[in-house]
Write a protein that binds this ligand. Structure first.
Ligand code: C2E
Ligand code: CA
Ligand code: CA
Length: 507
């Protein structure tokens, strides 16, 4: 796999950052949702339990009320009769222990019969907890002249319910009835009062038991919470690193005119200008000027090569057109093409439009086909080539000797120029093996009888060597770096200068 450029790495880094942010967000949102779901669930369960208890306790008090109403009809009867009636009614009430009735002259009890003293301690409240007559503790409930003693155990049984992490209590006045407390670390829960009788039911939670009880649910939730965002953020990362997506910023930059045409002049053997190669530079609003080596891979993966070319053709046409008539000697202008553009008719339209707009036969349009990309012999490519050739477009093989495609290009097309890549120029004057490689390559291009262009010439010795070996055209920092298109037009079209080569390369 090709090494990623700094720019590509920055895109991948950003994708990772975003994916991580998505992971965190999902984790937080999921955690919060799970927390609410679980607490809502517990709360709903608690409310249900409490309203069940209240409903049942209320029904008991209601039965006591009914018994009282019934007995009140017969207060004129003797206590012996009343006692029997009260005993029967008491037994019919779940939790009922005893009942006594206040008479004008004393008290009548379902257990003891008549007495002058009250059997249950009197209170100003109609429901309270007292040391009972039979039980050690009992609930005393009075309605009017009737007082009923109810079993505390019965009520305690009502609150002895699952789940065990809930600790229920019955609140009556200041007093609280509850099961013996085995709970530790109680967390305050809720309290609901009966709407009909003066008591309330409350619940607290035992955190330890609660976690134990909810363990399975919590475990599954936690696993899901960790796993689900992981899957989603991974998918998100995959999406963000799709070539289409990685190239998003480039697509936007092309549209915003951030990709500027530069031109590197190319010279002939007599030192005159032979033409120039159009090379793109990204004027990034934040990162400054970015070299094509940084982004051309993403342009190709993102299927944006055609759009980039169209933008460069448009820039060159727009800026050169007003001065094109000043070009009185042949000048080659070459554009770089990615292999994928050979399958896209856009390039045909771009070239035809360029030629007709520039409208000067001295300006020759050349397309550089790079060897680095693999091409296949296809009818479609051949058709496009013919169409372009007929329109006056010429072709050169770029990076000659570095890839495998030159043979295919040479077989399919009539190639007008061969560009010898910088990496071979760099070998000049090194060790004998390197020299052999360069010699063979120069030899091969000469035998093909196709004019050669050497690129990346930085040293005078390289230039001399190439001159001796019959290379036809020269390009490199030794003469000029790629310069902005407007500078090229001003220096080489509007005010053409005499040969600017550092040494005379004319024979
Ligand atoms: P390339 O077509 O091989 O272009 C030659 C590269 O060598 C250019 O790099 C040029 O600036 C650089 N160069 C020329 N002379 C010298 C020199 O003396 N010393 C050094 N160190 N470098 C020299 P650049 O402009 O960075 O372009 C890099 C590559 O990006 C180009 O390689 C070409 O393949 C691609 N490219 C540039 N513009 C376009 C474009 O518009 N479309 C497509 N598809 N590819 C492009
Ligand atoms: Ca090139
Ligand atoms: Ca090259």
């Amino acid at each position: 796999m090709l090494q990623k450029s700094k720019y590509e790495n920055s895109r991948f880094f950003r994708a990772r950052l975003y994916a991580f942010a998505v992971y965190l967000m999902l984790l937080l949102a999921g955690g919060q949702m799970a927390y609410h779901t679980i607490t809502d669930d517990v709360e709903r369960q608690v409310k249900q339990n409490i309203s069940n208890i209240i409903e049942h306790m209320d029904s008991i008090f209601r039965q006591v009320d009914e018994a009282g109403t019934y007995i009140n009809h017969y207060t004129h009867l003797p206590c012996t009769t009343l006692r029997r009636m009260m005993m029967i009614r008491t037994l019919a009430i779940p939790s009922g222990l005893s009942m006594d009735l206040k008479l004008p002259n004393g008290y009548c009890s379902s257990i003891d019969g008549f007495s002058l003293m009250p059997i249950h301690p009197e209170s100003d409240r109609n429901l309270y907890v007292a040391k009972g007559y039979i039980q050690s503790k009992a609930l005393i409930y009075s309605t009017g002249s009737i007082t009923t003693e109810l079993s505390e155990h019965y009520f305690l049984d009502q609150i002895d319910i699952r789940p065990y992490f809930m600790h229920f209590q019955i609140g009556i006045g200041q007093l609280v009835l509850t099961m013996p407390n085995e709970h530790a670390n109680l967390l305050k829960g809720m309290t609901i009062a009966s709407e009909n009788y003066p008591y309330s039911i409350s619940v607290d939670y035992d955190i330890g038991l609660m976690l134990k009880d909810l363990y399975d649910e919590l475990l599954i939730t936690a696993l899901f919470l960790l796993f689900f965002p992981l899957v989603v953020s991974y998918q998100f990362y995959k999406f963000m690193t799709l070539p289409r997506f990685l190239a998003r910023e480039i697509r936007h930059g092309i549209r915003a005119g951030q990709f500027k045409a530069y031109v590197q002049p190319i010279f002939a053997q007599d030192g005159s200008l032979a033409g120039g190669e159009v090379l793109v530079r990204w004027h990034h609003p934040k990162k400054g000027i970015i070299s094509p080596y940084e982004f051309i891979g993403l342009v190709e993966q993102g299927q944006l090569a055609a759009r980039l070319s169209t933008s460069l053709f448009a820039q060159v046409t727009r800026q050169l057109k007003p001065y094109a008539h000043l070009v009185r000697h042949v000048m080659h202008l070459s554009f770089n093409l990615s292999a994928q553009q050979l399958f896209d008719r856009t390039i045909v339209y771009d070239c035809v439009r360029f030629i007709s707009n520039i409208n000067n036969d001295n300006i020759k349009l050349v397309l550089e086909l790079t060897e680095r990309e693999q091409v296949t012999k296809e009818e479609r490519i051949f058709e496009m080539y013919n169409e372009l050739y007929a329109a006056g477009v010429r072709f050169s093989i770029d990076d000659f000797g570095t890839g495998h495609s030159s043979l295919i290009y040479l077989q399919m097309f009539e190639v007008d120029y061969i560009k010898i890549d910088k990496q071979f120029i760099d070998l000049i004057g090194q060790d004998p093996i390197s020299n052999n490689i360069v010699n063979n390559l120069l030899d091969l291009s000469q035998r093909l009888e196709i004019p050669t262009v050497a690129e990346g010439i930085e040293q005078v010795t390289q230039l001399q060597y190439l001159k001796e070996h019959g290379v036809d055209y020269y390009q490199g920092y030794l003469f000029s770096k790629p310069i902005p298109l407007e500078q090229f037009i001003s220096e080489w079209v509007i005010n053409p200068q005499p040969a600017q080569l550092p040494i005379s390369i004319a024979p």
